[in-house]
Structures are given as structure tokens and as C-alpha cells.
Design a protein around this ligand. Structure first.
Ligand code: ATP
Ligand code: MG
Length: 227
């Protein structure tokens, strides 16, 4: 059984309207547990849409998404939220942070419903903040951060609950060379621990890496070198 199964998925935004857009066309893809897949392709080709479907943030117009044997594309909103909390770490292209909350508060949002002890929460936050070089800004409101600092906060939030699947959407777009390299090395480590990882990116730092299993190219909503 694959960890992620995308079965003939088509995604049409605004169907029947003048601005109708087919973002994905009959895409099929299987990703095994522990695989690291790099998703590349031009702007507008459907990379973020595909990640959103895997995370059950969007529903396909046709086709099905199955994760760890569960038909996540048919989950109710509540069930999808629960699934994301336990299974998915999502680094959003646009960060999706809460600007008026501090770095640490943002990072802790995925853990709050778990009813964890205060000490434990701070420990968990401290660990990921140190990992992604954002601990010095722990108490700062996100709206006062630079782009790269916001990106590191978004990365830390995605990983704080130690999810089995990491979906990273342009995770290094705002990072400098040294911070990008840190992130790549972090991926190498968590891949070795058995995590399943999909990175959507234009950043050549991810191309040709020895620990990446596959580079998949999307163009116009279609996977070209389907494997
Ligand atoms: N919520 C939405 N409503 C309408 N159209 C959308 C929506 N989300 C994406 N699209 C359209 O679907 C297509 C694919 O978008 P998507 O964001 O998946 O591309 P991408 O490959 O991630 O691009 P980029 O590299 O610029 O991030 C684009 O034409 C986009 O305009
Ligand atoms: Mg995108």
C-alpha cells in the first residue's frame, strides 16, 4: 500500500464560470512511505493545488486521494482537520501565519488541541525554534518579522507535531543560501527517520540531491515523467 495515492485527480476551480481553471488533469501518482519526492514545474502548473489535495485542504473535482489507506478526499471538514493535525505537516507557500500572535504562539497552534502540559509545549516549541534559527524571535509578533523569519516560523510550525508526512510548498523561497542548506540537511535527517516528504519547488538546491528519490515535473496540470 502506498502512503499517498492520487488516483486520476482533476481539479477545476470556478467550474462553469468565465474564470474556470483546470489546475490538474487526471493526475495519478503513488508515493511510498519514506519517499522524498521533489515536485517541479512552471508557475501555475498545479504544484500547490496537488499539495492542497493531499492535505485535504481542497477536494478534487474528479478522482480520489488516498493517504495511509484512508480516502481523505471524501473526509468531512472536521475529519480532514483531525487528519491534518495528526498526519500532515504543511509548509505553506504564503506561510498562513497569524500576524498578531508571537512566533512561539504560532508554532504551538497545531499542538493546542492535544491538551499537552504547558512545560512540554514550550519544550517542543523550543526544540523546533532552535532547529530553524528562530528562537531569538520567540516572543516577537509575526507581523514584525522579515520574510525569511516568517518562513522559518512556518517551517517550525509544520514540524512541531512530528508528522509522518511533510508537504513543503516552496520552503526555501525566502531563505538565504545558508538557511536553505540547513533546511535541506534537515530533510535528509527526517527522511532517514522514515518520513514521507513532498517538496514543491523552483529552487535548484533541491535538484539532483542524492537522497531525493524522484523529481517529478508538472506542466499545465499534467505529470510528464510519471513513474
Ligand atoms: N483557489 C483558487 N481559485 C481559482 N484558481 C486557482 C485557485 N488556486 C489555484 N488556482 C489556479 O490553478 C492553477 C494552478 O495553481 P497552483 O497554485 O497550483 O500553481 P503552482 O504550480 O503552485 O504555481 P507557483 O509555482 O506559482 O506557486 C493556476 O492557474 C491558478 O491560478
Ligand atoms: Mg505554488
Amino acid at each position: 500500500m502506498s502512503m499517498i495515492g492520487i488516483k486520476k485527480v482533476t481539479k477545476v476551480f470556478n467550474p462553469g464560470r468565465p474564470n474556470e481553471t483546470t489546475a490538474l488533469k487526471e493526475v495519478s501518482l503513488r508515493i511510498e512511505e519514506g519517499e522524498l519526492v521533489v515536485l517541479k514545474g512552471p508557475s501555475g502548473s498545479g504544484k500547490s493545488t496537488l499539495l492542497g489535495l493531499i492535505a485535504a485542504l481542497q477536494k478534487p473535482s474528479y478522482g480520489e486521494v488516498v493517504v495511509a489507506g484512508e480516502p481523505v478526499s471524501r473526509f468531512s471538514e472536521d475529519f480532514a482537520a483531525l487528519y491534518r493535525r495528526h498526519t500532515i505537516g504543511f509548509i505553506f507557500q504564503k506561510f498562513n501565519l497569524i500576524p498578531t500572535l508571537s512566533v512561539e504562539e504560532n508554532i504551538l497552534t497545531p499542538l493546542l488541541p492535544e491538551g499537552m502540559e504547558e512545560n512540554k509545549l514550550h519544550e517542543r516549541a523550543a526544540r523546533v525554534m532552535a532547529e530553524f534559527s528562530i528562537a531569538h524571535k520567540a516572543k516577537e509578533r509575526v507581523k514584525n518579522l522579515s520574510g525569511g523569519e516568517q518562513q522559518r516560523t512556518a517551517i517550525a510550525r509544520a514540524l512541531v507535531n512530528d508528522p509522518p508526512i511533510l508537504l513543503a510548498d516552496e520552503p526555501t523561497a525566502n531563505l538565504d543560501a545558508a538557511l536553505s542548506k540547513n533546511f535541506v540537511e534537515y530533510l535528509r535527517r527526517i527522511k532517514a527517520e522514515g518520513k514521507t516528504i513532498v517538496v514543491a519547488t523552483h529552487d535548484p538546491i533541491f535538484f539532483g540531491l542524492d537522497f531525493v528519490d524522484r523529481e517529478i515535473e508538472i506542466r499545465n496540470g499534467t505529470i510528464r515523467n510519471e513513474q
